[in-house]
Design a protein around this ligand. Sequence first.
Ligand SMILES: Cc1cc2nc3c(=O)[nH]c(=O)nc-3n(C[C@H](O)[C@H](O)[C@H](O)COP(=O)(O)O)c2cc1C
Length: 263
Amino acid sequence: MKVLAIMGSPRKNGKGFQIVKKIEDQLKSYSEIDFEYVFLKDLNLELCRGCFQCIVQGEEKCPINDGQKQLEAKMLEANGIIFCSPVYGLNVSGLMKIFIDRFSYNGHHPRFFKQNALFVANTCGMGLKGALNAMKFIAVWGFHVVGEIGIKWPHYKQSEKEQNKNEKLITRASEKLYQNMIIETPKPQTNQVKHYCIMKTMMRSFKNYDKMFPGDLRYWEEKGWLKKETSFFYEAKLTLYQKVLAFFLRSFFRAVMPMMAGN
Ligand SMILES: Cc1cc2nc3c(=O)[nH]c(=O)nc-3n(C[C@H](O)[C@H](O)[C@H](O)COP(=O)(O)O)c2cc1C
């Protein structure tokens, strides 16, 4: 089993690293785990130039040639990915934000269906919610989300109560990540079902979608996701609740989207 930790702090031995190290140690106490840290600081991902070509035409049209594609390939080989960012200005760090921007096309062209995601934010005081919300958006790249943890760890001394609370959060999240990684195909999550239904209905209902986002149509057609009989990104059983929700979402968006698109 392979776990990748994508580290958004410029400090390699900071609090975020110490938190993820605890997760690593716990995972390794369960089983043999190939655990790798990717420090975004070392990767020097370039800033997104905003041409929008990756989303509109397809990711192969990105004009930047740095380590982004190699990182994507590495992520696809992992069973679990931990995304860890310190809180900077009540949000994620700049390094993490650049990473999110450069992988944003995955929201339109999702691919990380075999990967379990755990989001970790750490702060010395405030802003955990903002950082976790920014990172949780990564879920639309296809991930099965196993959890999120926000760790308050002051730069001065941490109280014993705070320390115990943090240890519990870390232990629980590690257990959950491990339990999900040993399942071969993750069960569809309701947010993934929503994402699938909304995108598919949009593509099938918008008259000019082929002109708006030709890259999306090509990608989804290649995957077979636009076929009437396909109900999810991969072969899986939806729960009754998810089937009913999918039915209502399809009906609602089929009625509303043509109006939005001016069809
Ligand atoms: C540029 C910068 C901005 C920060 N912004 C906040 C903030 O908005 N709220 C907060 O409570 N802590 C803030 N902090 C403190 C960090 O969140 C805290 O030190 C964190 O533990 C650093 O993580 P690391 O050790 O993994 O690098 C900021 C730190 C830096 C360097």
